[in-house]
Design a protein around this ligand. Structure first.
Ligand SMILES: Nc1ncnc2c1ncn2[C@@H]1O[C@H](COP(=O)(O)OP(=O)(O)OP(=O)(O)O)[C@@H](O)[C@H]1O
Ligand SMILES: [Mg+2]
Length: 1022
């Protein structure tokens, strides 16, 4: 009695078809809501058929009712279908999300994958990237029965809602709105912010019911005698229309005659009080054997694998198939693609009706049979079998076994990074065991152990503390060894310290030390020192941190070298005890469902499978503390610490630690010499292992490093990449900083309007964030003012900016500090105080600030008449900026040259001539003319302004030759000696020499002779 045509849904289908037409350029989320049986899935199915016929790719997945839903189930189903036809290698645009996708479809994983960051944001983006890159005109994703979806899937749906615009993906979901659900709340919220369209599917009007009845019976109209009852009983519900007609057929009230249906007046179907009544009647008409098979199937769920049934009902396969055949004909069940062995109840209401009739003892017995059949057919209970078996064991009254299976489901969810689902399964497991006597303490401890891992990763300290305390009590009852308990205290301490609860953390470390003292395991003390060191850093006691870290390192190194020396470790200690903290890697960690950045995910990487792995982890922890401490006073020592951490993490397979170590090394290289090699390496490692939020941070740092170089396009591209990724991952500060970084580059390049709009945008993304404000005001806007030659404004802006950054350690590397100190100094206000304050704020951590401060101090020294010191400092300032684009030193020379001329130090005339020539060529016209102005005022000869567009041969431009170098190059080509060039160009021979060296390097030559030949060749007439 299926209705082959769609009735009365023109409006709904019209809206969806219009959305489909947009899909090749613009995606959206549409949610069909309504009561069960009203026809939501049917509309979705019609749309899917239209889409397929129209050349779109269609994928679908459904959530399934379960007390502990399998995390990500709808997406697993949808993407596994994609994986059957799609090879990741054919989708380069999705490469960076391969790790995330592999957590959904294991086939996409590769050996050695680890450390991927997982969060609904990353998974949502991964799904979006994948679907929008499939072939066809676009992709339609159908998600069925969201009311049953797990929290992680719901979070992905929310992400999709917010990010589908502009993508080639139309997502159509169905949601029953007659029962409360997480999905319903989320759909309400996204609907309210206009990120989704909700289509509420109403019951059918009477005329549609008539049309539907006729279509079901495949004739122009249904027999009139049956219509009043049908209209009254179906209440406009399409599912009820089909059921009532099926009921009438099975009772013989409707009979086929003369090619049509007529009503047999002798039979009265009676008034079915409900759909349940109608199902019940049809089932009883099939006889007890068929009923038995159907009831067994119902116990397995709405969709079921028939091959489990013979064992459950003790019948031959052929009999079971025969029974299923009859149930299909009675419209109770139907075969269910995609797998052949699958059937499903025609409707969830059908199954509900059958389940409602099972008496509790019978239900328990059948559930036990079902669980046994599943456990023997699917050893290890892969995929969704585990959760189903748990549910059946629960229904069978076997609470202990149910709890064991829920524990397993929780562990699996944890490995997937599905922390909310993991916590839900484990809580349920605990709950399951509450009435069990005697209490299965070992099982309780295992559950709490896993729960503690979950709470460590979610950063939920309160839950962690109570879980850990319960676990410790359980371990006491089990007489577990002290080492294991000590480790628990240390893990809790680490989390507490991260949550700013230093006192509680210290108590835990003390408790751990006490326990460790009574064990033979000496490496535990090292681990305790490492944790204590981290706590000391967190509570701002760096000296104590350093001391503890050194102790920890010594002990960890001793353990590692003992192991490599071959001294067999005899085990039996806490490191291998129990399942201890089996949690996923740290990247799956803090970043995960809590939405924090990877930065929160540090530590706890090693699963502590063995003592060496743990020692390596402790060593890395200690080295990080040492490196961070040393960084502010001894860069070489900091470098050495991070180098060692990189080495240890590489040798011991600790990918997250490894990325962190390289990241630290890269940061040092950037701060020390504006270098980017190691940052690039760290970015490569982060991308390789799917650590996407770390990669976004690295792109930002690369942008900052490159922004001082010549290749400003590269800097802008990196900043844009960071901005896009950070936006998707909701890393607000990174996103804002990436915008601010672009604003800085554009300001220097003279595009002040665009720079201003990006700075303003940054301030909207992260309002009142001091580290953003100091950049937008103190770097971007100050640079704009400097290159437009408005120094008074530059100083005012600088002062404002610094007032934002005071007392903010995060702002130390900002160039705003150096700019401010220099601008105060040349403005003749209290420069000394500014320099001192900048130094106290830690500005010298970055070489660009060291350069600016050196120039400022040169001005101060000159003012006091200390010419030699002034010259040394100015030269030091120049040196700091040698690795940057040449215009930086020119601009800074322009800023200090008035003071230098007045106080008689340095080579202001040469500087200004150089700057004027080069800056003109590089597009800094206003600064160049300021340079000429100062020269003129000082009564010096002023070089003529180069005519606009004076041609630089493209090959030389490619080499990065500046216009001043071109002047030198041309004269060299004419055979001039350095002294002659100097006098012709009004610069000193020393400066000519440095130009010559620079050209030789840029052109990849080895000496002046080669340069002369090269220049002669280049300049020879063609
Ligand atoms: N407009 C319609 N025209 C013809 N048949 C329909 C119509 N709407 C629904 N049906 C039929 O009614 C039955 C129930 O519809 P459907 O499964 O789509 O309900 P649903 O709203 O998805 O319910 P649930 O929330 O329980 O999944 C299906 O067999 C479907 O084909
Ligand atoms: Mg449905």
């Amino acid at each position: 009695m299926h209705c082959r045509v769609l009735v009365g849904r023109d409006a709904e289908l019209g809206v969806l078809s219009a959305a489909l037409e947009q899909t090749s350029t613009n995606g959206a989320l549409y949610v069909l809501t309504g009561e069960s049986g009203v026809g939501k899935s049917r509309i979705a199915r019609e749309l899917a058929a239209l889409a397929s016929a129209g050349g779109y790719t269609v994928v679908s997945g459904r959530a399934v009712q379960a007390s502990s839903p399998v995390p990500l189930r709808p997406f697993i189903e949808a993407l596994i279908a994609v994986a059957r036809t799609t090879d990741m290698k054919d989708l380069p645009a999705v490469a960076e999300y391969r790790h995330a996708l592999a957590s959904i479809v294991p086939d996409w994983g590769e050996p050695g994958d680890s450390a991927a960051e997982l969060s609904p944001l990353i998974l949502g983006e991964a799904v979006l990237r994948l679907l929008s890159n499939l072939g066809g005109k676009g992709t339609v994703l159908v998600l069925e029965d969201l009311q049953f979806a797990d929290p992680e899937s719901v979070a992905i749906v929310e992400y999709l809602a917010d990010n589908l615009a502009g993508e080639r993906v139309l997502c159509v979901a169905t949601l029953r709105d007659t029962e409360p659900s997480l999905a319903q709340n989320v759909v309400k919220a996204v609907h309210a912010r206009r990120a989704a369209t909700v289509i509420s599917v109403p019951r059918l009007a009477a005329s549609d019911v008539k049309q539907m009845a006729a279509a079901c019976l495949d004739q122009p109209s249904a027999p009139s005698q049956i219509m009043p009852r049908l209209l009254a009983d179906c209440e406009g519900l399409p599912f009820a229309v089909e059921e009532i007609l099926a009921d009438a057929v099975s009772s013989g009230e409707l009979v086929r005659a003369d090619g049509g249906w007529r009503v047999n007046e002798d039979v009265s179907t009676g008034v079915p009080t409900s759909i349940a009544e109608s199902v019940r009647r049809r089932l009883s008409e099939l006889g007890p054997d068929v009923s038995d098979v159907v009831a067994a199937a119902a116990v397995l769920g709405r969709q079921f694998d028939w091959t489990l049934l013979p064992a459950m009902v003790h019948a031959a396969e052929s009999d079971v198939l025969n029974a299923l055949q009859q149930a299909c004909e009675a419209q109770l069940i139907e075969p269910h693609a995609p797998r052949q062995a699958l059937f499903r109840f025609r409707h969830s209401l059908t199954r509900d009706a059958i389940m409602a009739d099972l008496l509790p003892p019978l239900l328990a017995e059948r559930s036990a049979q079902a669980a046994r059949a599943i456990e023997s057919a699917h050893p290890g209970l892969p995929g969704a079998w585990c959760a189903l078996a748990a549910e059946l064991r629960e229904a069978a009254g076997d609470r202990t076994r149910a709890a064991e299976l829920l524990l397993e489901a929780g562990r699996r969810a944890l490995r997937r990074g599905a922390l909310t689902s993991a916590a839900a399964s484990l809580d349920r497991a605990m709950h399951m065991l509450a009435p069990v006597t005697p209490q299965p303490v070992q099982l309780l401890a295992d559950i709490d152990d896993t729960l503690a891992s979950v709470y460590t990763l979610t950063g939920d300290c309160d839950q962690l503390v109570s879980t850990a305390d319960r676990l410790l009590a359980e371990l006491n009852a089990l007489s577990a060894d002290n080492a294991r308990k000590a480790i628990i205290h240390l893990r809790v301490a680490r989390s507490l310290s991260e949550c700013d609860r230093a006192d509680m953390a210290a108590e835990r470390v003390a408790a751990a030390r006490l326990l460790a003292a009574s064990t033979p395991d000496s490496s535990l003390c090292g681990w305790a020192d490492a944790v204590a060191a981290r706590c000391a850093i967190d509570s701002c006691d760096p000296d104590r941190a350093l001391e503890l870290a050194r102790n920890a390192l010594a002990s960890a190194e001793a353990t590692m070298s003992a192991a490599t020396a071959g001294s067999a470790w005899t085990g039996g200690s806490a490191w291998t005890a129990g399942s201890a903290w089996t949690g996923g890697s740290a990247e799956t960690a803090g970043s995960a469902w809590t939405g924090g950045s990877a930065e929160t995910a540090c530590g706890a990487e090693a699963a502590c499978a063995d003592e060496v792995a743990c020692a390596a982890d402790a060593a890395c922890e200690a080295l990080e503390v040492i490196g961070r401490r040393e960084r502010i006073r001894d860069t070489a020592a900091a470098n050495a610490a991070f180098e060692r951490a990189f080495q240890v993490s590489t040798c011991n397979g600790l990918p997250v630690r490894r990325i962190r170590a390289m990241h630290e090394l890269g940061t040092i290289e950037m701060l020390e010499k504006v270098g980017s090699d190691r940052l690039e390496e760290a970015r490569h490692l982060a991308m390789e292992s799917g650590a996407l939020s770390t990669a976004a941070v690295l792109d930002l740092q690369l942008a900052n490093a490159w922004s001082l170089g010549r290749d400003t396009e590269r800097a802008l591209a990196a900043a844009r990449r960071s901005q896009t990724a950070a936006h998707r991952l909701q890393l607000r500060r990174v996103e804002a900083s990436a915008l601010a970084s672009q604003a800085c580059v554009l300001a220097v390049m003279g595009d002040s309007d665009y720079s201003e709009s990006l700075a303003a945008q940054a301030e909207v993304v992260a309002p009142d964030d001091p580290s953003v404000l100091i950049t937008t005001w103190g770097e971007a806007r100050v640079s704009s003012a400097i290159v437009s030659n408005d120094l008074a404004r530059a100083l005012t802006l600088s002062r404002m900016a610094v007032s934002n950054g005071r007392n903010e350690p995060l702002t130390a590397p900002s160039m705003a500090w150096g700019y401010w100190a220099l601008l105060e100094t040349i403005a003749y206000s209290d420069g000394t105080a500014a320099v001192d304050e900048a130094i106290a704020a830690g500005a010298e951590v970055a070489c660009w600030n060291r350069g600016l401060l050196a120039y400022a101090q040169a001005v101060q020294a000159g003012r006091t008449g200390d010419v030699a010191r002034a010259e040394n400092l100015a030269e030091a300032g120049r040196q700091y900026y040698l690795g940057c684009a040449t215009w930086w030193n020119h601009i800074l020379h322009r800023l200090v040259s008035t003071a230098a001329l007045r106080d008689g130090w340095g080579e202001p005339v040469a500087w200004l001539r150089e700057a004027a020539a080069d800056l003109d060529d590089a597009g800094f016209a206003l600064v160049a003319s300021a340079c000429r102005g100062i020269l003129r005022k000082a009564g010096e000869r002023v070089p003529r302004q180069r005519p606009a567009g004076a041609s630089m041969p493209p090959q030389l431009r490619k080499l990065g030759i500046t216009s001043r170098e071109l002047d030198v190059f041309l004269l060299i080509g004419q055979g001039c000696a350095n002294t002659e060039i100097a006098s012709r160009l009004l610069i000193s021979p020393k400066t000519v020499e440095s130009h010559v060296t620079s050209i030789i390097t840029k052109a990849g030559l080895s000496c002046r002779r080669e340069l002369v030949a090269f220049a002669a060749r280049r300049l020879a007439p063609a």
